[in-house]
Design a protein around this ligand. Structure first.
Ligand SMILES: NC(=O)c1ccc[n+]([C@@H]2O[C@H](COP(=O)([O-])OP(=O)(O)OC[C@H]3O[C@@H](n4cnc5c(N)ncnc54)[C@H](O)[C@@H]3O)[C@@H](O)[C@H]2O)c1
Ligand SMILES: O=c1ccn([C@@H]2O[C@H](COP(=O)(O)OP(=O)(O)O[C@H]3O[C@H](CO)[C@@H](O)[C@H](O)[C@H]3O)[C@@H](O)[C@H]2O)c(=O)[nH]1
Length: 430
């Protein structure tokens, strides 16, 4: 099929490359000329394992990119994969979605046949029907449900495993209002359903599809926060939280994933999406107490880590190594990384901070240009009074003699990754 995708970031590029791999002809529309040039030259504009290979294989053939919305005219359906960042109050900023809907509407005014517009971005319930569709109607002069339909297909991929997650999903959620839209969505996703390992296909309403995405992320973020809350209680009683969480994870009703307790959740999605659904609930007069508590527990974990350090000494004037700066291992992305509030708290306490990460240093340097960075964990530990572990990079599990070069061998582990041994003043956050 002929498909167009507006927005070519993490989601849009992955979607385009994977759709091409599934046999569709795809055109990616982005306002960023560098991204368009890069895609057309066969190079992915973002780093994701397996993505470069796909882009290189299909660029100039089943996959191309453009800044010209009119190229959408030759396609059957358009996916909107635009950013939906947070406003100050946590609600989503829809400006990119609105700009794209206006431009798409103008383009569709020139189209003769039917077109399907699918929201891929994460948007709060009713956005597709009450914001996107009316703007397309206004700009195109066409009527939704007649000359075009809208649909919603949320994305569940994780950064670092985007291609793998997209091509082997647990579920595919298709939200639509008309049989015609469902038929087209079925046709688009048929090659994926055939290739993947028997994913569930959920056919539902548009606003239900929008909510499923938030419910998914809210549940996972809350699951981690509940694990952290329980782990904090465990710590008060000298109970090993990891043994407890491993055991409860054996109950199939609970499940073992997303129970890794520690410094909490960061990244480009969980913080933004929990904030957005909380703000959306409040806009309708409902106070989401449990979700707010999940956020509160998450905010508290880095401060608890500082408390453990202060139990040893006043951090003022001390040299403190922060090991791990990215929001999770396997990525250089530092958005909402738990290392950020940790570094902020250390600086407020007057500590001298030295940061180390295998790949995220350059990004963190933009955020904290004045702290020291090292190119190895060993260099960060040399002469440090304490080491705080913020990200569970595998290489931290292998650290051993490197700790001997510290001035005081205080190690506070936010991710239960360092091997506890004699000679270290080791304490796990949970
Ligand atoms: N990143 C993830 O892991 C992930 C996973 C699932 C869902 N999501 C959701 O998907 C959406 C997109 O996220 P992302 O991470 O891909 O964003 P991104 O910032 O990586 O990419 C967005 C792209 O849209 C382009 N763009 C902005 N305005 C445009 C316009 N008017 N016309 C054309 N292109 C325009 C930008 O140049 C950029 O290339 C968000 O709603 C996000 O919450 C993200
Ligand atoms: O047991 C766990 C699992 C994760 N985390 C933390 O949670 C955050 C998010 O991790 P992860 O979910 O692996 O990364 P994302 O790429 O942000 O993916 C999430 O956000 C995406 C964007 O919405 C969704 O599509 C994915 O399904 C969802 O997992 C990271 O800071 C992790 O360190 C924990 O603390 N404990």
């Amino acid at each position: 099929m002929e498909l167009s995708i507006v927005g070519s970031g993490y989601v849009g590029t992955t979607l385009a490359a994977c759709f091409a791999d599934l046999g569709h002809d795809v055109v990616n529309v982005d306002i960023d000329e560098d991204i368009v040039e890069s895609l057309n030259a066969g190079a992915a504009p973002i780093h994701e394992p397996g993505l470069d290979e796909l882009v290189e294989r299909y660029a100039g053939d089943r996959l191309r990119a453009t800044t010209d919305y009119d190229e959408i005219l030759d396609t059957d359906a358009t996916f909107l994969a635009l950013p939906t960042p947070s406003n100050e109050d946590g609600s989503i900023d829809l400006r990119a979605m609105q700009a794209a809907a206006d431009a798409l509407g103008e383009t569709l005014s020139k189209k003769d046949g039917y077109h399907l517009v699918v929201t891929k971005s994460t948007v709060t319930p009713t956005t597709t029907e009450e914001v996107i569709a009316p703007r397309i109607e206004e700009a195109s002069g066409k009527t939704v449900g007649e000359e075009f339909d809208v649909g919603m297909n949320p994305e569940f991929l994780r950064e670092g495993t985007a291609v793998e997650d997209f091509l082997d999903p647990d579920k595919i959620v298709l939200g639509a209002n008309t049989d015609r839209a469902f038929d087209l969505l079925d046709e688009i996703f048929a090659p994926l359903v055939e290739r993947a390992d028997d994913p569930a296909v959920v056919r539902t309403g548009i606003r239900e599809a929008e909510m499923i995405k938030y419910a998914n992320n809210a549940f996972l973020a809350s699951k981690i926060s509940l694990a952290n809350d329980l782990a904090n209680i465990c710590k008060e009683f000298g109970v090993d939280s990891y043994e407890v969480l491993e055991a409860i994870g054996l109950d199939s009703r609970i499940g073992s994933s997303f129970l890794a307790a520690g410094l909490g959740w960061g990244g480009s999605c969980f913080p933004k999406d929990t904030a957005a659904i909380i703000a959306a609930a409040r806009s309708r007069g409902y106070e989401p107490r449990l979700l707010q508590a999940a956020v509160d527990v998450n905010d508290q974990q880095p401060l608890r880590m500082l408390d453990l350090l202060e139990d040893r000494f006043d951090p003022a004037g001390k040299r403190v190594a922060v090991l791990g700066l990215s929001f999770k291992p396997g990525t250089d992305d530092i958005r909402e990384s738990r290392a950020i509030p940790l570094i902020d708290a250390l600086l407020d306490a007057g500590a001298t901070v030295v940061g180390y990460d295998p790949v995220a240093t350059d990004n963190m340097r933009e955020k904290f240009p004045d702290i020291e960075y090292t190119s190895t964990a060993a260099a960060a530990l040399e002469d440090a009074d304490a080491a705080l572990v913020a990200t569970d990079w595998d290489e931290f599990a292998a650290l051993d003699d490197e700790f001997d070069e510290m001035r005081e061998r205080v190690v506070i582990d936010g991710r239960r990754i360092v091997t506890r041994r004699d000679g270290l003043d080791y304490e796990s956050l949970v």
